[in-house]
Design a protein around this ligand. Sequence first.
Ligand code: BGC
Length: 250
Amino acid sequence: MAKHHPLGVDIGGSGIKGAPVDLDAGAFAKDRLRIDTPKESTPDAVTDIVLDIAKHFQSATGDSPIGVTVPGVVTRGLVRTAANIDKSWIGTDVAALIGSKLDRAVTVVNDADAAGVGELHYGAARNVEGLVVLATLGTGIGTALLDHGRLIPNSELGHLEIDGIDAETRASSLARETEDLSWEEWSGRLQRYFAHVEDLLWPDLIVVGGGVSKHAEQYLPLLHLRAPIVAAQLGNAAGIVGAAWLAANG
Ligand code: BGC
């Protein structure tokens, strides 16, 4: 019988993406499936899509655990904030909701924290002595703090205020797209943001994740920081890989 793999599912503002993850390789065991996030991105509507994704990968995953990421703070299994998704997520016990429809263990984690765990075990944050700050630049800015190999969850540094403005509204990848910023213009904003983060936390390494990490050569060389700043090695897959790792390893 083929080996079963845990399933990682990344719930985002525009798409819900999932794949079985081969934890020996730290990579997808099958091609990722992406389904558009419904307009009304309520927990019930999104759960239906997570169930479709689980069904799609049934033969590769069997009854293996599922790791699910959400774009908000998660404490003791409850979603606590929802900056870029439907506000009805606040207070939702996502594992209980999905678990009520599917008899499988479900772990829920903040999306950037999941990406941090993916990079910690298989990517740029592996074997780093000291503090790593990972920032995912997407619809918002998510952050993960990894100190000597341990995740400090729910850091939410995307919402640092710079000049009185929530940083993610200026420096996210979405801000670059909607304001049609050149790489130079956007990197000016990133410089301001990461210099501020660095002054507060003094990380040993900064890792940039999210879809835009694949264009890292356009903007990372323009940044001048004390700590080295590198692109996530798993790119946009880091969240799914990290979620599956957490589901399997607790
Ligand atoms: C949320 C974070 C999330 C990030 C990326 C932010 O607006 O507050 O929890 O990690 O977006 O999705």
